[in-house]
Unconditional design. Structure first.
Length: 196
């Protein structure tokens, strides 16, 4: 019997991007992306983010998900098969939830919206989830724009689900929530807030 997969065996093709397994060569780009001010404010990653964090993510966390040791599957986002990492997108099975981030030099090209549409279509078509959830911290307008462009229906705000209800700075925080359902629109959908 062959060893379990440590990542997706084939790329998932989108209109502008392809989703692949992470590679050792992605580590420096991950450090760059997860060391920005926006990463500190909006991502649930260690802070300050260092090279050992990225090494552990690529070598341990991502492969463990593909081996079924936890419930998150992670894909690298690239513009071409051999191209550099432009971002990461993941699906958390227990909550049917998507999460993502983009490297700063890849922003403004519509790559993340394409990656999210591609992944959600893959989830609905291959993983047969009836719905996929999304959330972001209040103030993350870029993430909200991506979710809206990828066809998610807005559900409003809720208090963050952290154990103490607070962020890194100790302040209580709200999160925006949305969902993409396989058929139609959820009954509790609301208009998206202004995102300009």
């Amino acid at each position: 019997m062959s060893a379990p997969l440590a990542g997706p065996s084939l790329p998932v093709l989108g209109g502008k991007v392809m989703l692949t397994a992470l590679r050792e060569s992605d580590i420096d780009r991950i450090v760059e992306a997860c060391s920005t001010d926006d990463a500190r404010r909006f991502l649930e990653t260690p802070w300050p983010y260092r090279r050992p964090d990225a090494e552990s993510f690529v070598r341990e966390f991502a492969p463990a998900g593909w081996r079924g040791e936890h419930d998150e599957r992670v894909w690298a986002i690239r513009e071409s098969l051999r191209g550099p990492l432009v971002g990461v997108v993941g699906l958390r099975g227990e909550r049917s939830e998507v999460g993502y981030w983009l490297h700063p030099d890849a922003m403004g090209k519509g790559l993340m919206a394409d990656a999210l549409r591609t992944l959600v279509g893959h989830a609905e078509g291959c993983l047969t989830w009836p719905e996929v959830h999304w959330r972001c911290r209040e103030g993350n307008v870029a993430s909200m724009r991506v979710a809206k462009a990828a066809g998610f229906s807005y559900l409003g705000t809720r208090e963050a689900p952290s154990a103490d209800g607070a962020g890194r700075d100790g302040e209580r925080r709200l999160e925006h929530h949305a969902v993409r359902v396989a058929n139609g629109m959820p009954a509790d959908a609301r208009p998206w807030p202004r995102l300009d």
